[in-house]
Design a protein around this ligand. Structure first.
Ligand SMILES: Nc1nc2c(ncn2[C@@H]2O[C@H](COP(=O)(O)OP(=O)(O)O)[C@@H](O)[C@H]2O)c(=O)[nH]1
Ligand SMILES: [Mg+2]
Length: 50
């Protein structure tokens, strides 16, 4: 398993009421940052965080 040293870890919280777009925002951020190769969709059940 890949090791993540504490000084390389960043905790980010996305806070909002239900259906305000948290999952979609997280997916877009991951995609734009290059962390994932495809941007999933909530309706398709293909997002990283759901
Ligand atoms: N029009 C519009 N719809 C959005 C936006 N962000 C999310 N949605 C839609 O709002 C619904 C709830 O989004 P979701 O990311 O699941 O919200 P969460 O419950 O906060 O995680 C979904 O149908 C999304 O497609 C946005 O920026 N604009
Ligand atoms: Mg969600």
């Amino acid at each position: 398993m890949k090791e993540y040293p504490p000084d390389k870890i960043r905790n980010v919280a996305i806070i909002g009421s239900g259906s305000s777009g948290k999952t979609s925002l997280a997916e877009a951020l991951l995609f734009k940052a290059g962390a994932i190769q495809r941007q999933g969709a909530v309706i398709e059940g293909t997002t990283t965080s759901d």
